[in-house]
Structure formats: structure tokens, C-alpha cells
Design a protein around this ligand. Structure first.
Ligand code: HPA
Length: 274
């Protein structure tokens, strides 16, 4: 099923009716265990996904399922606490639905984070990675189906989805904070099973540095509607087959907690400068 432009507008209108003239500039989608940044928003107005017409709710653990509007580092933000994933049963279009709604509300920039497996054997779990590009060519596009020209063109360019100027900001913020920031390519796998060791070897050969089950659909849609994008992965675990131990969701959530301060300082510092 494809959503109509009118449906996106209806979602945006409902949210607008709660915002009393507040216009968000920066949309933030926060991944597993990282949603706490939403709790740091000042003058917060909360809107539950379940109250918004046509909106889907997040069923993943550690995802709250609400939008938080307010101020963070002096910027008008819209924070998604909880995101939708394809593995929850949503189409890619549904997975990225909120991005278009946030665009209609005024957001020009998307800051997006995730927890990801570390494909590189010379990096370690707990590292932060600036996403320079992604690979999502083994699953369909969130833009499949009728194009909505109100958002963008039929065949959008994807050569700079992760905005170079914002990557520069992230590098300089990390340097200022003394935070080590890796840079690499996010390899999208739709899950929900973690990858096999053979899949990780394939991802590595194909140019992936981190592997995860989110982000790429939302970023494709953000690029289509002209948003700038800044993306980070918290490398929560070594990807399958690198260590002789099974992967677990607990490990991913624990890594989010452990990296909380480092991660939050970096993202807040970037926010202040974009
Ligand atoms: N694979 C896929 N998704 C993930 C991983 C992983 O190893 N870690 C956190 N999200």
C-alpha cells in the first residue's frame, strides 16, 4: 500500500494542533537504548505515536513510541523516541513514514542514530561511528510505488545522503571533545535475526563497516524530500562470527547504557553547531 500526500498532511496537522506554533527544525531518530536524549529536551511537548492518524507504533524493546518536541542545545527539535523497523512487519514506506511527517512540520535536518554490529576487526565494541554512506541494495526501497512529487523526484540522487558539511561538523565536535570517532559505511540487513558469520564476511567484502537493521530506509526518504542527514552508529557488539560467542539483544542494550555519556555529549555538541 502507498500512503497519499493527504495522509501525511493529516498526520502533520494533528501534531501541529498540539504544538501551539512551535516549529521543529531538526528531527532526531534515536536507536536502541539511546532514546534518553529525548528525556533531556526542554519545554517538552510529548505526542504519542498511537494518537497520530496513520502513524505506526514501535514494538521494539527499548523504544518508547512517542515524539518529543522542544529545545535541545538551543535548537527546536523533534525527537522520535522509538522508531519503526521492517522486521516488525512494517513495509519500508511505513518504516520511514514519520520522516515525511516531520519534514511537513518544518524539519530540514535529520539526526539519526542506531546501535550496530562492528564488522571491522580493527575496531571495537563501544566505538562510535560517523556514517558516511550506506548499503541497502538487497531489499526494496521505501520509495517504491507511486512517487509523491510533493516530497521529491522519481529517481532521486543518493550520492551524498549523509551530508558532507554535517560530517565536517561531527568531526570537529569529536575532536574538540577528544572523542574517538570512526567513520564508515552502514550495511543494512533487515533482520530480525542477527547475521550469520558468512553474511558478515560478505558485508565486509562489499564495503560495510557496521551492520544494522534500521536507519537506511529513513535516510533514503529524508534524502528524497531534501533533508540534510547526520548519522551515527554506536558499535554495540562485534558482528557475528568475529568473536566466538553468540550475539544478544542484552549486549546491545548494555552497550547503549555504557556509551550514554560519550554519545550524548557528541550528539548534543553537533546539535549546537548545525
Ligand atoms: N547486527 C544487526 N543489527 C545490530 C547488531 C548486529 O550485530 N548490533 C546491533 N544491531
Amino acid at each position: 500500500m502507498n500512503f497519499s500526500f493527504k495522509q501525511y498532511e493529516e498526520s502533520a496537522e494533528y501534531i501541529k494542533s498540539k504544538l501551539k506554533g512551535f516549529v521543529p527544525q531538526i528531527a532526531m531518530i534515536l536507536g536502541s537504548g539511546l532514546g534518553y536524549l529525548g528525556d533531556e529536551v526542554e519545554n517538552a511537548v510529548f505526542v504519542d505515536y498511537s494518537d497520530i492518524p496513520h502513524f505506526k507504533t514501535s514494538t521494539a524493546p527499548g523504544h518508547k513510541g512517542r515524539l518529543v518536541f522542544g529545545l535541545l542545545e538551543g535548537k527546536n527539535v523533534a525527537v522520535m523516541q522509538g522508531r519503526m523497523h521492517h522486521y516488525e512487519g512494517y513495509s519500508y514506506e511505513e518504516t520511514a513514514y514519520a520522516v515525511r511527517v516531520l519534514r511537513l512540520l518544518g524539519c530540514e535536518t535529520l539526526v539519526i542514530t542506531n546501535a550496530a554490529g562492528c564488522v571491522r576487526t580493527d575496531w571495537k565494541a563501544g566505538d562510535l561511528m560517523l556514517i558516511t554512506d550506506h548499503i541497502k541494495m538487497f531489499s526494496e526501497s521505501p520509495l517504491r510505488g507511486e512517487n509523491l512529487p510533493e516530497f521529491g523526484v522519481r529517481f532521486p540522487d543518493a550520492s551524498k545522503l549523509y551530508t558532507p558539511e554535517l560530517r565536517d561538523v561531527a568531526r570537529s565536535c569529536a575532536a574538540e571533545l577528544g572523542t574517538e570517532l570512526r567513520e564508515g559505511v552502514y550495511f543494512y540487513c533487515y533482520g530480525p535475526q542477527y547475521e550469520t558469520p558468512a553474511e558478515i564476511r560478505a558485508a565486509r567484502v562489499l564495503g560495510g563497516d557496521a551492520v544494522g537493521m534500521s536507519t537506511a530506509p529513513e535516510v533514503i526518504v529524508a534524502g528524497h524530500c531534501g533533508m540534510k542527514v547526520l548519522g551515527f552508529s554506536l558499535l554495540s557488539n562485534m558482528a557475528a562470527g568475529i568473536l566466538d560467542q553468540p550475539l544478544s539483544e542484552q549486549e546491545v542494550l548494555d552497550a547503549g547504557v555504557a556509551a550514554k555519556d560519550k554519545f550524548s555529549r557528541l550528539v548534543r555538541s553537533c546539535l549546537g553547531k548545525i
